[in-house]
Ligand binder design. Structure first.
Ligand SMILES: [Zn+2]
Length: 250
């Protein structure tokens, strides 16, 4: 099977299992998608490995994870890898916009519908990853385009499709004997978690049940409406206090 170069139109004979190739005539990096070739580009990391823990800890200290996770989690060494994305240039509100869809399966959250980070893109040639793993694209561009259409509507006009390899730092961390997966965008510093230890719900449910029981019993015992309001207000104080302490601890 021969394919033609997207850049110069020359005929290329790829090996059977070859998906990422370089045109022998014009040296353009290409990706084989079905029977077509598309441009294969990359971005250079701007965040150093030493800066990665600070980005991850900011996420771990945020509102969706268990309290003090940024201090309690043990972070592994960040490992750089190049993750593939299909980049679709679409027209929206009179302007162009580049939306990314992951070109390989991943348990990381937030990879779908990403914006292309601001920075310089360039053709990706061998040796550019400097030894970091380059994840092969497995998702066909047509499948990724369907994801795009499910987000932006069927009539979204795609001007250009490119495969990007974007640098990500894999930064697993452990907490209470379990290992959790996460990645940090090596250009924007954005964190993509897989699963993470989230705030447990059961203590909040217990506080709600306690409030229901206390108010219910008071309602049965006290019949005078005015006294009832006073009793409710007084018992609300310790319940709110317990709720506040629970939210601090969990
Ligand atoms: Zn060429």
């Amino acid at each position: 099977m021969s394919v033609s170069c997207t850049q110069c139109g020359a005929s290329i004979e790829p090996r059977a299992d070859e998906r990422l190739l370089e045109c022998p005539f014009c040296s353009t990096a290409l990706v084989l998608d079905g029977s077509a070739t598309l441009f294969h580009e990359m971005m250079v990391p701007t965040i150093a490995a030493e800066q990665v823990p600070a980005h991850l800890r900011r996420f771990l200290g945020g509102g969706s994870t268990v309290a003090d996770l940024d201090r309690k989690a043990h972070l592994d060494e960040p490992r750089l890898e190049y993750f593939p994305f299909w980049a679709f240039t679409i027209m929206e509100d009179g302007g162009e916009r580049v939306v990314l869809e992951p070109a390989a399966p991943s348990s990381l959250q937030g990879l779908q519908g990403l914006e292309l980070p601001a920075g310089r893109t360039r053709t990706m040639t061998e040796g550019d990853s400097a030894g970091a793993p380059v994840i092969e694209p497995e998702v066909p561009a047509d499948t990724a385009r369907e994801w795009l259409q499910s987000r932006f509507g069927m009539d979204v006009a795609v001007r250009r499709t490119v495969l990007y390899h974007l640098p990500l730092y894999r930064t697993p961390y452990s907490y209470l004997g379990r290992t959790y997966q996460a990645a940090v965008d090596a250009i924007s510093g954005k964190v993509f978690p897989a699963d993470f230890p989230s705030k447990a719900e059961s203590p909040f449910v217990l506080v709600a049940v306690l409030a229901l029981v206390v108010f219910g019993v008071e309602g049965l015992i006290v019949s005078n409406p005015l006294v009832k309001v006073v009793v409710y207000l007084i018992s609300a104080v310790p319940i709110l206090g317990i709720a506040w302490m629970t939210s601090r601890k969990v």
